[in-house]
Structure formats: C-alpha cells, structure tokens
Design a protein around this ligand. Structure first.
Ligand SMILES: Nc1nc2c(c(=O)[nH]1)N[C@H]1C(S)=C(S)[C@@H](COP(=O)(O)O)O[C@H]1N2
Ligand SMILES: [Mo]
Length: 418
C-alpha cells in the first residue's frame, strides 16, 4: 500500500465517524450573493444549455497595459474540476487586443503550398472528408509566470487550459500535398492582419500536429481559433496558430512577427535553436492564493500537472514547504501533453504551513523549485520573479508554493523572494 492509499483509508475511517457531511470541509472561493435574476427561459435552454445562475466562476483579465490594451484572459483554475476546461473558460490570448475575427466557415480556406508537389486549397468541408482524430491536449502561454504580485492561482497560473480537440493530423495533409526532400520547416499563418505566423519544425508537423476544427465536442470557439486552428501538442502556446489559413512548406526558418515577439534573437540562426517544448509543471489549484480555510480538519488538496514532453508519471505534494513529499493520487486519465488531475487527503491542524506540488514526466524530468530554475538558467531568483516587462522569457515551470497561516488564510509562497 503506498502513501496515498494509506492516507485515503485513514481518511475514510475517520470520515465514517463524522456525524454529518458538513464536517468535511470545503474551501469556498467564488460564492457570490445571488441577485434575483430570473433563470433563462425554458425555450433558450432547450436550444443551447447554460450553467446554473448560481455558478459564477469567470475568466478575468488584468488591468490594461499603459496603452490601454488587454491581451491576456485567465482561466479560473481555482474552480476547475477534472482535466477539461469548458471552452467558455479557456484562457485566451490574441496579439491584437480584443481581436476575434468573424470568419464565415463556408468561405474559409486552408492553403498548403511551398515545397510541395501538389499545393492544396481546402474548404472546411474538404477537411472533414479526411479521417479525424480526437485528442486531449493542454495549451499554455509562455506568459504564464507565477510571480509574487499575482496573488491568486488564476492570475499566477491561469494561462493554461485543456480541451479535447478534434481535427485532421497535419501529416495526412502534408502527405497528400507531397512534401519535397529538403523541406525542414513549415510556416503557419492566421487570418488576421498581423498573421500570427510562426516557423515550426517539419519533424513535429509529421509527428503529432493537428489541424483542429472541434473543441470539447463542438466547433472551436471564435476566441480559440474558429473555424480552424493548429494544435502543436506540448509546444508553447504561441505555436498553436488560430484562425489558420496558410501553411507554407520551406527549407528555412522564417523570422516572422512572432519570432521577434518571442524575444528569441534577431539572428535567425540563433532563433531557430529555440526550445519550443515546455517542461514538466504542476500547480495546486485548491487551496490556493487568497482562499480562506474555514477551519481545522480534513481537506482535499487538488491540482493540475502537465508536461510538453509527454505523459505525467508522478505528482508529489508537500505540506511542510518541501522538506517531505508524499505521492499524490492521479485522479484522471494521463494523456500525453494534457492536464492531469491530482489530489491528496490532508488534515490541517491549524499550524502555519506551506503547500507545494511537483511533478515528474515520462522522461523522468522533475519540476524544479524557483531556486533550481534560477540556477539552471544562470539567473537570480529575483530576476526570474521580475514581472513583465523585464525578467526572463521562456517557460516558467518552477514550483508555486502556497502558504497557509494560522487563521487559514492562503497566500502566495514566493513572496519575500522577489
Ligand atoms: N493567429 C493567431 N494565433 C495565435 C495567437 C494570435 O494572436 N494570433 N496567439 C497565440 C498565443 S500567444 C497563445 S498562448 C495561444 C492561445 O490560444 P487560446 O487563445 O486558444 O488559448 O494562441 C496562439 N495563437
Ligand atoms: Mo502566448
């Protein structure tokens, strides 16, 4: 019997002795007073369902930047359950603020050209004549950087979400087009005026990239790329081109708008060496920053783990600031390059403590602490934790600790390091 199972049995034994379910604590975070809004009409709900008016969890965006613009919209991870993010709560980013093109799928086309024998121009209905695949994958923006000024898990880590995506493997379309020998890159482009273009390696395109038109059982939502987006499992969010309209097959890396945006390098020879794959990362979603534990007793520590390099093999949780670790229970499917739900029973006795999670992926890579992360990148912790603009770019996958004080208030555990 491993630690987790032992803990669960003990928990169940104790729970049986409790007189009412109310004695098992839950952490309330986003319960708002209800107003007297009338529920949606039966007719509306018949056509397209809605959540209960008592469920109030919403995405948030930070204050606009000095130019009055907002680019990032954050998923309420503190309220997440399981591993699928509802499309309406999926984080979203556009490099043109508030930009959601209004594309008529009847008129939309995907062009595949460049170093191919047979250039293709495909309509949405052409694409649906290819065999489809359905896969669960997370997305994460490299702007997802836990920093002490971001107090909640939503603000610190909410630029990641996970959906079930349906579409056509890009390899199938590339084979149909007949890729020339010597073609090493694809340049994927979106339908907006700045094009959201990016260079991606051919090996990845032939491996597991997906041209996706479905998200969680319905068409991809406009903010997430309707009617068509590229899915590049495990690569940083930026690579997953939305409103996909063109793929050019080339023998070289192109310095697109986005290559500059990624602050890689102005030298294309250096820029193309960038590591697109994200490392192992996990976060405790509940209890988390700014929440209040209602009292002593039993809790379920729950969170999400993912890796750009494959499946999650193990998640460990510490309740003493990283001195000792226990293997957490994996409570969901463990798809490759997807969120995994973990949980652990915890008995809080009212002491001050620090909760942490760390994951290990199928390559055996272990999520680092912020100190290990800084050492690896030859930077100081202070520099790593400097908010944008400033600090470093890249995937910030260090452990995000949550501190619980004697009153049960949960706060960011990186405060004091910055
Ligand atoms: N065409 C286009 N694709 C894009 C972007 C964009 O601005 N334009 N933003 C990228 C970035 S930075 C991220 S993190 C992901 C976000 O995908 P989502 O909005 O579906 O969460 O889309 C990427 N694809
Ligand atoms: Mo991003």
């Amino acid at each position: 019997m491993d630690d987790t199972e032992h803990g669960r049995r003990k928990f169940l034994q104790r729970s049986i002795g409790l007189s009412s379910l109310a004695a098992v604590r839950s952490v309330g975070s986003s319960v708002h007073a209800q107003t007297a809004d009338s529920p949606a009409s039966a007719k509306d709900l018949e056509a397209y369902g809605e959540r209960s008016r008592f469920v109030t969890s919403v995405r948030t965006s930070p204050d606009p930047n000095p130019f009055g613009l907002t680019f990032h919209v954050f998923t309420p991870l503190q309220d997440s359950m399981g591993i699928i993010t509802p499309a309406s709560l999926h984080y979203t980013i556009a490099h043109r603020p508030f930009y959601v093109p209004d594309i008529n799928p009847e008129q939309h086309r995907l062009m595949i050209h460049g170093m191919v024998d047979r250039p293709l121009i495909l309509s949405m209905s052409d694409l649906k004549r290819f065999p489809s695949v359905t896969r669960t994958h997370y997305l994460e923006c490299n702007g997802n950087k836990p920093q002490p000024i971001y107090k909640t898990v939503q603000r610190a880590s909410g630029l990641t979400s996970c959906s079930e995506w349906t579409g056509v493997p890009l390899s199938l379309l590339l084979k149909q087009a007949g890729v020339h020998n010597g073609a090493k890159w694809i340049i994927a482009e979106g339908a907006e005026d700045n094009k959201g273009a990016i260079s991606l390696p051919m090996a990845k395109a032939m491996d597991d990239m997906l041209v996706a038109y479905g998200q969680n059982g319905e068409p991809v939502r406009p903010q997430n790329g309707f009617p068509l987006r590229l899915l590049v499992p495990g690569f940083e969010g930026l690579c997953n081109v939305k409103w996909l309209r063109r793929i050019k097959v080339t023998d070289q890396f192109y310095m697109t708008f986005n290559e500059f945006d990624r602050y890689t390098s102005v030298d294309p020879r250096m820029a193309q060496l960038t590591n697109y794959e994200q490392g192992p990362k996990s976060v405790i979603t509940c209890p988390s920053g700014e929440q209040q534990l209602p009292g002593y007793g039993h809790y379920q520590i729950t969170g999400l783990a993912w890796s750009g390099k494959g499946a999650i093999r193990k998640v460990e949780v510490s309740t003493d600031g990283g001195r000792t670790w226990k293997v957490a229970e994996i409570q969901s499917a463990t798809y490759r390059m997807a969120h995994v739900r973990f949980g652990m029973d915890w008995n809080w006795g009212g002491e001050e403590c620090t909760l942490m999670s760390r994951c290990t992926d199928e390559l055996g890579q272990v999520q680092p602490t912020v100190e290990e992360f800084a050492r690896f990148w030859n930077a100081t912790v202070k520099f790593v934790l400097t908010p944008f603009p400033g600090g470093m770019s890249g995937h910030h996958n260090y452990i995000l600790p949550w501190k619980v004080d004697r009153d049960g208030k949960v706060q960011h555990g990186l405060v004091g390091l910055a």
